[in-house]
Design a protein around this ligand. Structure first.
Ligand code: ADP
Ligand code: MG
Length: 696
């Protein structure tokens, strides 16, 4: 095998490659665009494009694509070849600066929630030079943003970049108040831990539910599930190990810092963690990781399931968004400092996050709301749908001391007055002992754990960056006008801690008692996607997001509609897949087994008319009762599905599904799974859970 250090980033047009392939003059100009957003001359873009093309062709590329993240959640790409006719009737390979900077994909088939209808028919993609171009397969990928001609964002990257800019601006205001004149930029970084399942390709192909919906809609529990707790961090079997090795290599080539891999709690479940990087890059890299995971699986005759809940009865898959804020000079603003002065600055940023999470619980919940994730949140294996924060004992003690204006520990003589020179020095506590909190402080970063495995991390980070920018904006307004900075700072920190104490919860987030307590604290509990999403348009949310320039109101409306529509369509596909499988596979299988049982019984009776056929009688009676129930519940599901299909309004349609279809799907599954346990294995038409989970 090639050396890791050599293959890492070998398919990326990164800084090193740029330096090697561009004149120093062009490199400097491009760098200015990347670092400071300076506009790039077309003449320079032409030179960059030419160099990029030559490099890409050397790596085997014949095509290029503007790669973007439309609102569907997956990434989109349209491949154009470099070829261009030449005078001698042959072709030359060409790629111009114009093609690099701007593309015009046929946008009409991407969801826009009405934006394009209202404004312009076409959209365009614009090169995002802050994320490196790369070669995958035979194509040069150019990361881009996707906008309508009237400027509305039709993708997830544009608002993400805007949210990063909003946070940058407000955080710099705070840093200046602390006398920091060096920092030129404040950026957020993210490390996204990704969970996934692997399943054998042939078994997958034999299940319409997996093929059409990404999850199993039927399946009785096998004799063994995850109860032995023997899978988490267990030895990785050789087929999976070969997959992971290949996956790492492919990710490394693309410059993705895949670092940790291990087995997860459920059988056939695994996790990949990258080393954290700038939020924009982390978002692109996570999308790419999900894509590569699926591609590499094919080579190993496996399928990689990114659905949040592929199997009932074992854990689902999530994604952990580890998030921190730091300066371009390398200071992590969420890291408690070595001096009281640094700690005052740390506390104000901590407060900004606490206030943000409490004020915008709904936006964080909305950011992870999908049909798939609804199967997971609040299901005893994942955080509940209630957002709360874990701070750990020490920080909580400090917070309470500040609220009550008393010494923070027995050894501290002075009260916690935040005149910065009396703030105590406190130890960095890097141990996160709470794995059940949706939003946990883990020493120098926050880990948001509500994301589903298939979610794009863009939405979460857009909301998180924006909400924190809003807290910082309010703080900066207050502090810039203060006569006595230290007194104002103290008041602000105390006020934030007092007003937002309710969002802090260090206990077991999976406990039912907590849900009751959370409700008594006034925390929101939006259990399902249709409960959560309409609140995107609540006045306070629209005001905050539009004032910061992250979204326009039109963009927010379109997003709300698209997300609800997505839920509605996903659920209808699931309901139709269920009834299809019942009609064409499950009922025929049960009937065929019943027929053979009856035939056997008859044959036996012919042989001996007095024979008591207790086994056949019992089974035939129970199984035919079961078949009748399946039929009845199937008809009921079909009826409500038809009704749901006739609803045009996205809000109404998704609420109808929540109230009428979910229960019926669960009821139908229940009797089908019961029938599975009574039917001989050779008759059952789809691979069972035992094979799916244990034959990887
Ligand atoms: P675990 O959550 O399993 O305890 P770690 O805390 O080591 O593991 O890291 C989990 C993820 O957090 C990794 O992707 C890592 O790169 C990322 N991470 C570590 N430090 C930071 C940071 N300062 N900002 C953002 N992400 C970070
Ligand atoms: Mg983690």
């Amino acid at each position: 095998m090639e050396k890791v250090t050599e293959i890492f980033g070998s398919m990326v047009f990164d800084d090193l490659t740029m330096k090697a392939n561009l004149s120093s003059d062009t490199y400097i100009k491009l760098k200015k665009t990347i670092d400071e957003g300076a506009p790039l001359d077309l003449s320079v873009a032409n030179v960059v494009a030419e160099a990029m093309k030559d490099w890409a062709i050397e790596k085997g590329a014949t095509h290029f694509t503007h790669w973007f993240q439309p609102l569907t959640g997956v990434t989109a790409e349209k491949h154009d070849s470099f070829i261009s006719p030449s005078n001698d009737g042959r072709v030359v390979m060409e790629f111009s600066g114009k093609e690099l900077i701007k593309g015009e994909p046929d946008a009409s088939s991407f969801p826009s929630g009405g934006i394009r209808a209202t404004f312009e028919a076409r959209g365009y993609t614009a090169w995002d030079p802050t994320s490196y171009a790369f070669v995958k397969g035979k194509t040069l990928y150019i990361p881009t943003a996707f906008c309508s001609y009237s400027g509305e964002a039709l993708d997830k990257k544009t608002p993400l970049l805007r949210s990063m800019e909003a946070l940058n601006k407000q955080a710099l205001r705070i840093l200046r108040l602390f006398g920091n004149e060096d920092a030129k930029a404040v950026r957020t970084s993210v490390g996204a831990e990704q969970e996934y399942f692997l399943v054998d390709k042939d078994l997958y192909a034999a299940r319409k539910d997996l093929v059409f919906t990404g999850r199993t809609l039927f399946g009785a529990m096998p004799p063994k599930g995850q109860e032995m707790d023997d899978h988490y961090f267990g030895a990785i079997n050789s087929r999976v190990a070969a997959y992971m090795e290949d996956l790492d290599t492919e990710l490394w080539k693309l410059g993705i810092f895949s670092k940790t891999k291990h087995n997860e709690v459920a059988p056939a479940q695994h996790e990949l963690a990258p080393i954290y990087t700038s939020t924009n890059l982390a978002t692109d890299q996570n999308q790419l990781t999900m894509d590569v995971m699926q591609k590499v699986a094919e080579k190993h005759d496996l399928v990689c399931l990114l659905h949040e809940k592929p199997y009932a009865g074992v854990n689902g898959s999530g994604k952990h968004n580890n998030w921190s804020i730091s300066t371009d000079t390398g200071v992590n603003l969420l890291s408690p400092g070595d001096t009281p002065y640094e700690n005052a600055q740390f506390l104000i940023f901590l407060c900004a996050v606490i206030k943000a999470v409490d004020d915008y619980q709904d936006l964080l919940r909305i950011a992870v709301a999908t049909a798939g994730n609804d199967n997971r949140l609040g299901a005893n294996e994942a955080p509940p749908a209630v957002v709360s924060m874990f701070l750990g004992d020490e920080l909580t003690a400090i917070m309470d001391a500040i609220i009550e204006e008393r010494p923070y520990s027995a050894s501290e003589k002075q009260t916690m007055k935040l005149g910065v020179d009396v703030l105590p020095k406190f130890a960095k506590d890097n141990t996160d002992r709470n794995r059940t909190s949706p939003f946990a402080f883990t020493g120098n970063k926050f880990e948001f754990r509500m994301l589903g495995s298939a979610n794009s991390i863009a939405c979460t980070n857009i909301m998180l960056n924006s909400a924190v920018a809003e807290s910082l904006r309010i703080y900066a307004d207050r502090l810039e006008g203060a006569e006595d900075f230290e007194a104002a700072l103290h008041d602000l920190i105390k006020k934030t801690f007092s007003e937002h104490r309710r969002i802090i919860f260090n206990g077991n987030g999976y406990d039912d008692e907590w849900i009751k307590e959370a409700e008594s604290r006034g925390l929101l509990n939006y259990r399902t996607t249709p409960d959560a999403l309409p609140h995107l348009l609540d006045e306070k949310n629209v005001t905050m997001l539009t004032n910061l320039g992250v979204y326009s109101e039109v963009e927010l409306r379109s997003r709300c509609e698209i997300l609800l529509e997505n839920y509605y369509k996903t659920m209808l596909i699931e309901a139709r897949t269920m009834t299809d499988m019942v009609d064409k596979q499950i009922l025929p299988a049960v009937e065929s087994y019943l027929g053979d049982l009856a035939a056997t019984a008859n044959a036996k009776r012919q042989f001996n008319p007095d024979l008591k056929l207790s086994h056949e009688n019992r089974l035939i009676t129970k199984l035919s009762e079961c078949a009748d129930m399946i039929d009845q519940r199937n008809l009921e599901l079909q009826e409500v599905t038809k009704k749901a299909e006739s609803i045009a309004d996205a809000v109404e349609g998704s609420c109808y599904i929540r109230d009428n279809i979910l229960d019926k799907m669960a009821a139908l599954r229940e009797v089908c799974d019961e029938a599975e346990t009574m039917t001989a294995e050779e008759y059952w038409p789809i691979p069972n859970y035992g094979y799916l989970l244990f034959l990887v």
